[in-house]
Structure formats: structure tokens, C-alpha cells
Design a protein around this ligand. Sequence first.
Ligand code: PLP
Length: 368
Amino acid sequence: MNVPFFNLRRQYDNIKTEIDTAFSDVLERTDFVNGKAITDFEKSFAEYNNVKHCSCVTNGTIALHLSLLALGVSPGDEVILPVNTFIATAEAVSHCGATPVFADVNEDDYCMDTESFKKAITNKTKAVIPVHLYGHPVDIEELLNISLGHGIDVVEDCAQAHGATVNGKKVGSFGKLGAFSFYPSKNLGAYGEGGAILTDDEELLLLIKNLKDHGSIQKHKHELVGYNYRMSGLQGASLSVKLKYLDEWNYRRIEIAHRYCKNLSDLPIKLQICQEGRKHVYHLLVAQVNDRNGVIDKLKQKGIGAGIHYMSPLHLTEAYNRIGYKKGDFPVAEEISDRIISLPMFPELRNDEIDYVCYTLRDILNEK
Ligand SMILES: *Cc1c(COP(=O)(O)O)cnc(C)c1O
């Protein structure tokens, strides 16, 4: 049997008629940039997350970049973020000319470690970007308390956690701003690039609307030097269709995670834990095993796709190892980076496929 790590085709087959109609509506109206499909989606996504405002932008990296710009992050400032995340989180800081400052992660839920975050705070710290990694929400309430005490702004990186909650409240609604990616493989993904920023703050919203559209909200009036960071109308249309299914899809992801967990419970494999009071939406199903690379090779031989998120903590990547960090600075992230494996996870994954992955893993792990 072949089990893909990820497959978008199955989802498209299930919603093809609705997607095709939504695309065709945009084509008929010819509002390819901004327009009704965007404003409709912004309204629904704000409502879904229970925040006042949503503004769509080109992608998730830009959502983070614009959020930091709106908060005034600039050269000389420091922004703290977890060292185990996708590189985009750090790039957004660098794009403002500010310095990314890394914090270590927890060994069991892989999110930013609160103690390490506290140690990273200096008088230059302007903001923090907690990442709800793999779909598991960080301890955002504790983090907000600490940040408020130090006058640090919080921008949530929700790129992997659409629909996740902490004590019933959606991620992206805690910080000053919440940044989302709609890259096709995310829990809520477009049919191309997409992103959005959530906020309750009217002033920040206006600044973001200005910045993303050449410093202009009113035609012919340019208040500041901005960017072209808009989202395509077709993406707005596809996202409005898919938002209706998000809860159902997340529910299925949770079901899949439980099935993996049950099937693998007696094996030497450690799954990410879900902390009390938090709804984990399993963007990825990440586990730790010995001889990770060997396990991936053997899975591949049996037709099973697997991934690594992420191969290298950011301070050891070529892009960021020149800012003064060294091996040994973030022991937890360094240790897990050699052990983590991401198993197939997407809502359309079938039970027989999950069972085949688990059965194969059992063989591989027992062999050792
Ligand atoms: C995907 C992702 C991003 C960037 O989103 P893009 O839409 O690809 O630019 C940022 N942060 C995290 C944690 C991500 O997974």
C-alpha cells in the first residue's frame, strides 16, 4: 500500500463543485485583487475567530512582517521567537531590520518554553512571536501576562493552528495581532498563496490596510510608503468555501491523532502531548523515535511518506548561525531535531492507511 505524507487531490475531489463555482463567480465579476471575495472572507474569518477585524495579505510570512511593521518594530529592536519553527517566523523579524532572539522549546509539546522566553527578554525586546506549533497552542495566557509586565507586544504565529483554542478561545485572538498563512497545505489552505492578520485594534487595522496597498486606503491618496501585499480574489473565494469545513476537518485530524496514539501506545515512540485546556488541531503529527533517518528510509521502502519539521533549529541554519549563537545554546531543540518525524496527517487520510502506517512502524521499531 502507498500512503502519501500529504494529498490535496482528495480534498479537491470532495468540494470540486463549490470551488469551481466560487472561482467562476470571481472570473465573472473580474475582481481579481481585493473586491467582494476578499471582503466576504475577511468578515467570515473575523467572525469565526471572534475578533473585530481581519485583513487579508499575500501570504503568512507577509502577515507576520506587516504585523511587526504595524507595531513599529525597526532596526535596534529585538523580537523573541522559538528556535524550533519554520524559518518564516524569523525572516519576518529580519525584514524589519530588527534582530531575532531565540528561545528554547518544551520537550513534550514542542512549543516555546516560558522560562527560556523570560531569560531572552532585554530592554531592547519590542515583541514576541509565540508559534502554535504543529497545531498545538502555546501557553498563551501565561505568555501574555509576562509580556504585559514587560511592555512587550505579542504577535501570534497561527500559520499551523487555524481553529485551535485555549480554554475555548481561538488562537490569534489573544495577542495584539494574529498572523495566519493559507499556504495550500495548512489546515485552512487556499489554492495558491494567502495570509491574514487578525486584530481588535482599529488603529493597527488601518495601518495594515495602508501598508499592504501602497500606503493608500483612499484612491490617489498615499499617506505613507507602503507595499503591495494584497491577496488575490480567487484565493478569498476558495477560502470562503473551505472555512465552512474547517471544524469538520480539524475534528477528523483529532480523530486520526487518537487512532495513531492508540495503535502506537506500547511502542518506543513518543507523540506530541496535548496540554490541558487546549484544543490541538494537528496540522502535523510529530513523534520522536531513535534512529529517525533510518525509520524514514524504511517507511519509504514500504510506500509511506514522512517528513521532518524541522531538520535544524534556526540558530544552526546557515541563514541564522551568523548572529552569534552556537551549538549547545538550545539543548532541547537540538536534541529533538535529530529525533522528530512527521507521520502522514490530513483529514482525508483513511483508517486503513493509518493502520498500515502503524503496523509498519511496529515492525520497524520492534526490529531494533
Ligand atoms: C507556513 C508558515 C509560515 C509562513 O507562511 P507562508 O504563507 O508560507 O508565507 C510562517 N510560520 C509558520 C509556523 C508556518 O508554518
